[in-house]
Design a protein around this ligand. Structure first.
Ligand code: HEM
Ligand SMILES: [Cu+2]
Length: 614
């Protein structure tokens, strides 16, 4: 095979890397596809932990201060002191030990009941893991790495070693974050937004190393994402195959390109804010401490100047995935391709001028509030363009309800709900009423937790390419439908709690008389959340089983047009036998030019004009 490549005189393949050993192939790999898989596995692992944390939060809210099932002590034991179950005995034994020998469980959940400090850590760490260690690694690290070179017809990333480093530095940051769960004083507990001055002094929360490690971990994560984004941008600008003009790139690649630019610009803002916070905590500076002339609101400005672009870093790749899947399974070109690109670009630009909408109640001048209200509402325009283009893509298509398609459709539906509630919140008078309530929690889960649907769409769609096997469609569809039902049963009622005045980040709603009538809704939400968690086992099973025993996938099981589907499944090191030449855009489905209903980007037709090549 290598002779034939050489004989064809095409771009050189790195022969030296053709048969690297185990360590170079699976661990310290510089192959973008392996790095992509590594990020995917890291993200899925963190999803399990972050998801279990969500379950614990929901337990506490439905059954405040009650011991957890299975590991908790029995009611009789707590009331009478007489151990009844074997777990009771274990608790009695653990709790009888001296202070210094207490384990993590007895300190954080004596008798198996979640304590208030643990609750604070749980919602903080749940969000931190989900945002920085689930959605970003899977979407940007995982699919970004896997797809960018394949979809533009390149052999690898521009800087393969930097790419490898980006994964290992990212993993290090994840390890630091997980380690913070076990330090004295517990992990960070001031919310994922870490508002100063609460976080600027150890005495305010009692959390010492937990908060420091939180900052350090995210600084390290920033370095990892910097390395990744430089690589992505360089690769896309410089390494597109002949004929692959910018406006022939698939929308997933566009979305990752724009995301990489946002990452490059947004993360350093967080990094510098985190450094300042660490200085306040450890070196006695007063950036955010009023007692030394510092400005607590400065933290909010810096955090949200990063934070709002961050939510687009999370959601843009999800939009890209959705565009691929909806077009492929409607067997139609995406509606308004250029409009989609311009909408994403507009969203990216606007994301820099809306941060103040998180600070409407911080005492800002109402004129500034009104300005931020306007800019925020303007984002609804490109978002609506995207939504209507997705609907236009579906319109009149020959729709195939495959698993990825179901997840793509679910993403669009949830995004519409999350987007519409966003417009309410953008309005300052409304926001003053619903600020910091469960309405907000409902809104951001429809958007950011909704990204999970795009993640499932991406995994089920590209699984054959990543692992060379098909996932089971029946299990996939059952998982998709049940996830959609329980997701909505979990998050929709949170809107009602929110307008009822239910605050977010509270340990025990029953402490408030006025929330008592709302408690049945909390119970309903939690039971739905447990069901939502439980049905993920279907996915876990399907994923692992298909890795080893799924039906072998051929090159192009979905009959898609983009370049990754022209390579073997999984693609070999170097991806392409011969660098493809691109003749057309990525969405020529049901083209009258050919008999089949798909027309790959690199297929040369008699009718193809010379303008296709370079
Ligand atoms: C498995 C489904 C999930 C459930 C049941 C769930 C549940 C919860 C709950 C109950 C809270 C606490 C809200 C409060 O008291 O303020 C919370 C907070 C949060 N969750 Fe989730 N969540 C899920 C998935 C996700 C995902 C996938 C993401 C992001 C990608 C996410 C992002 C957040 C954020 C940003 C917070 C705010 C934390 C804070 O207040 O600092 N969640 N979640
Ligand atoms: Cu925002």
């Amino acid at each position: 095979m290598s002779e034939s490549r050489a004989a064809k005189g095409t771009h050189e393949v790195h022969e030296a890397h053709a048969h690297p050993g185990f360590v170079r192939t699976y661990i310290f790999s510089t192959d973008h596809k392996m790095i992509g898989r590594q990020f995917l596995f890291m993200g899925l692992f963190m999803l399990i932990i972050g998801g279990l944390m969500a379950m614990l939060i929901r337990w506490e809210l439905a059954f405040p201060e009650k011991p957890l099932p299975i590991i908790g002590a029995s009611k009789e034991f707590i009331d009478t002191g007489e151990p009844k179950t074997s777990m009771d005995q274990t608790w009695a034994e653990w709790l009888s030990k001296p202070e210094s020998e207490q384990n993590w469980l007895t300190k954080n959940m004596p008798m198996g009941a979640i304590t208030a400090p643990l609750y604070n850590s749980l919602f903080t760490m749940h969000a931190t893991l989900m945002i920085f260690f689930v959605v970003m690694p899977i979407m940007v690290g995982g699919f970004g790495n896997f797809l960018i070179p394949l979809t533009i017809g390149a052999r690898d990333m521009a800087f393969p070693t930097l790419n490898m480093l980006s994964f290992w530095v990212g993993l290090l940051s994840g390890i630091i974050m997980l380690a913070s769960l076990f330090v004295p004083g517990g992990p960070a507990a001031a919310g994922w937004t870490s508002y100063a001055p609460l976080t600027a002094k150890v005495e305010y929360t009692g959390v010492n190393w937990g908060q420091n490690l939180w900052c350090i971990s995210l600084i390290v994560m920033g370095i990892s994402s910097l390395m990744g984004s430089i690589n992505y941008i360089t690769t896309i600008i410089n390494m597109r195959a002949p004929g692959m003009t910018f406006f022939r790139m698939p929308l997933i690649t566009w979305s990752l390109f724009i995301t990489a630019i946002l990452l490059l610009l947004a993360l350093p803002v967080l990094t510098s804010a985190l450094a300042m916070l660490l200085f306040d905590r450890m070196l006695g500076t007063h950036f955010f401490l009023p007692e030394g002339g510092g400005e607590p609101i400065l933290w909010q400005h810096l955090f949200w100047f990063f934070g709002h672009p961050e939510v687009y870093i999370l959601v843009l790749p999800a939009m890209g995935v959705t565009s691929e899947v909806l077009s492929v399974f409607s067997r139609k070109p995406i509606f308004g391709y250029r409009g989609m690109v311009f909408a994403m670009t507009a969203i990216a630009f606007l994301s820099w001028v809306v941060w103040g909408h998180h600070m409407f109640v911080s005492g800002m001048n109402p004129l500034i509030g009104a300005t931020f209200m306007m800019t925020t509402m303007v984002i609804a325009v490109p978002s609506a363009i995207k939504t209507f283009n997705w609907l236009g893509t579906l319109w009149g298509g020959s729709i195939r309800f495959t698993t990825p398609m179901l997840f793509g459709l679910a993403f669009v539906s949830n995004f519409v709900i999350g987007g519409l509630s966003g417009i309410f919140m953008a309005s300052t008078p409304v926001d003053i009423f619903i600020h910091d309530t469960y309405y907000i929690v409902a809104h951001f889960h429809y958007v950011v937790a909704g990204i999970i649907f795009a993640i499932f769409a991406a995994i089920t769609y590209w699984f054959p390419k990543m692992f060379g096997r098909m996932m089971n469609e029946t299990l996939g569809k059952i998982h998709a439908i049940l996830t959609f039902i329980f997701f909505n049963a979990t998050f929709f009622p949170m809107h009602i709690l929110g307008v009822g005045g239910h605050m977010r980040r509270i340990f025990n709603p029953m402490q408030y008389e006025f929330l008592h009538p709302l408690q049945p809704i909390n119970v309903f939400i939690s039971i739905s959340a447990f069901c939502l968690g439980a049905v993920q086992l279907i996915f876990l099973f399907n994923f692992i089983w298909s890795l080893f025993a799924g039906k072998r996938a051929d090159r192009n099981p979905w009959h898609a047009n983009t370049l990754e589907w022209t390579t073997p499944s999984p693609p070999p090191h170097g991806n392409f036998d011969k660098i493809p030449t691109v003749y057309r855009g990525p969405y020529e489905y049901s083209s009258p030019e050919v008999a089949e209903d798909w027309l790959p980007q690199d297929r040369r037709l008699e009718t193809t004009t010379a303008k296709g090549a370079h």
